[in-house]
Design a protein around this ligand. Sequence first.
Ligand SMILES: [Zn+2]
Length: 410
Amino acid sequence: MADAAKRAWLTIDDAPTEDFRQRVDELNARGIRAVWFCLGERLERYPEEAVHAVRNGHILGNHSYDHPAFSKLSLEEAREQIARTERLLDGIYARAGVPRPVKLFRFPYLDDGGDIKRDELQSLLCGMGFEQPGFPGVTYPWWKQEGRPERIDVGCTYDTWDWRLQEGGEMLPELLARMDEHAPEQGKGLNDAPGSNEVIMMHAWIPMDAFRLLLDRLQAKPLRFDPPVHLTVQIRPAAISDLPIVHPFQCDYLHRESAEDWKRRLADVPGMYLAAFADEDLAGVCYGQPSRRREDAADLQGIAVNLDHRKPYARRGIGSRLLRAFERVCAERGFRRIGVGSADDPRVESFYQANGYRPVELVAKDAEGRELERVDIRAEAAEQAAERKEELRRKHGAAEVIFIFEKTLD
Ligand SMILES: [Zn+2]
């Protein structure tokens, strides 16, 4: 390995396999820890092998249940493919006795749904708690142009093309020679050190000897294989001693109030003000109180995440995690549902919907925030509700028309 090595992360798809244990041990002997993107149907067949990988420092990610092309699935089918595999992965980690460090997802065939479905699939992944692991130092311009840093699913900077070995072992010399090429703008930059860091993609089912030869060649490159990065995100109830950081954050992002009022808020409903810390940095807050209108409900009053995109935890699903933590707190306190007034902003609305909230009312407000009219929309379909919203806006010349969302806790 050359001195001017750059960082590389190894990602391997379509795991586990019958000889998975052998592959994991092979990597461990080389000092490499990988992210293995697993198929649910294979986790059902080789659970012990998957447990072995987790216990040996590897990370298992979600690669769907049986490898469909996501652009051909409905949103419900997509959700089921992912959720079914999630349940299996959680089971594997539980059996291994290892806390799951991060939830990662890669689309089969890297098919992200195309222009038509890309956004809704990203929202789905976000709502299900997946995170972009964050690959610091990946500097390829095309990586940014593809919007990779903002996306939740995991891509790659170097595709080994090892899937071509399906066509026979005679492809191997070509794959090895391809690694020596220098065309960073086409995703062939392995020799360009220091240069951009790399996310390398291989497959778990290629013949064992090819697996070893590809690894030999990769390790001859100026690459330093790092374990996958993940942040330590801690969500806990805010304490009075958090005032110097949490109170200004709330005033910046949500409603302004005096320090005295903020302390009273914490004291009145202990435990219902949550703060997320990412490696000691305040990454977001979420708070609420029992509903004044209904005994069995809690109101979510504020949720915000740090929007600084330079932060390593930007776009890492912290908002969804805060929301789930808040839901747990509410359920523990015996609340059956959570209500929240959205902002008059499609992104905020889709955040709540992706997290399982459904619109129940529309509220038109004037510039002073006074309520002009409130309409029940429980019975209405999504398009109708959107029409009603614009109708209300026109009718009152309203400054804003917001959805009230609700989620029933199970
Ligand atoms: Zn695959």
